[in-house]
Design a protein around this ligand. Sequence first.
Ligand SMILES: Nc1ncnc2c1ncn2[C@@H]1O[C@H](COP(=O)(O)OP(=O)(O)O)[C@@H](O)[C@H]1O
Ligand SMILES: N[C@@H](CCOP(=O)(O)O)C(=O)O
Length: 334
Amino acid sequence: MAVYTRLGAEEMDGIIAAFDVGTLTSAKGIAEGVSNSNWLIETQDTGGTSRRFILTIYESRTEVAELPFFLGLLDHLAAAGAPVPRTMHDGTGASHRLHRTPQGDKALALIEFLPGVSVSEPTPGQARAVGGALAQIHLAAADFPGTRANSLALPQWQQLLNDCGREGLESIDPDLARLVERELALLAANWPAGLPSGVIHADLFPDNVLMLGDTVTGLIDFYFACTDLLAYDVMVTHAAWCFTPDGTQFLPELSQALIEGYCAVRPLGDAERAALPVLARGAALRFLATRAYDWLNTPADALVTPKDPMAFARRLEFYADPANAGVFAGGILA
Ligand SMILES: Nc1ncnc2c1ncn2[C@@H]1O[C@H](COP(=O)(O)OP(=O)(O)O)[C@@H](O)[C@H]1O
Ligand SMILES: N[C@@H](CCOP(=O)(O)O)C(=O)O
């Protein structure tokens, strides 16, 4: 359940009144999501037209100082025609406001509601469309003036996994510490430099994509967006979409469709293609690191159920296996 902040009816009325979006007619807490509190808001304007929005209250994992980057990026991408929600601005032109709560001031934003659902068993047609939409935001963000360092890059993976400790990792799986040590060393020695970089989504999992049939209607949850290698973002998306959720099965048709869909909009250069195997291992390790840390550090009575780190350890083993080198070679990228 992702509603961590309680809001009374009058309080909600006051929040919505600050934005020129009509009168509040309903507000429903949204169960999906783990990081922030979200509500589906409905309003009616003086002509009787109904409108829908998402109200987000940012909880502790999102830095308020970074909101101008995240929300400015949404406005920039939406203006360029990418399928991302616009932000509503209040009477002063601000895209986020501070709201007083018993736990202190919290930032909030009102965001355009987009139709669509998150698919749980994507088809190749849907993977192709997601690849295309990812390339579209990479191109559209090229003239976005904001930058943000990736706060979950190799040094932070090292730190998180170090904090887990050998015993902690081995309590998850007896072979996990060995896998992590091997991969951290390999990535530190081989992480590519000089590839095209720009603003990336960095977390484009199926639950962050809204779709109607084979059409992407919304890319959401840009709160890990940052400046990094574009091809790394392709591999994050590959790791998220091209396996069964538990990571036991690679789905080659989805892989081919995702990469073809991306390349149809933004072709990968030779150096990027050559780097895909190592970037894929990095992408798998990134989610293994945060999941392992959360697995070991989430209190038993927390509202959120930690996600299985082994699902990404299995992806990592897949990408590291020389027998699978063909996934990013020849045929699939032809
Ligand atoms: N712009 C939007 N349009 C429609 N639904 C949205 C939008 N933004 C968020 N949602 C809904 O809210 C849920 C949680 O949002 P999300 O940003 O993923 O939260 P969290 O950051 O807590 O993971 C999503 O799964 C989706 O159902
Ligand atoms: N996609 C990550 C978790 C990030 O959570 P989100 O709800 O903010 O997208 C994972 O699967 O580990």
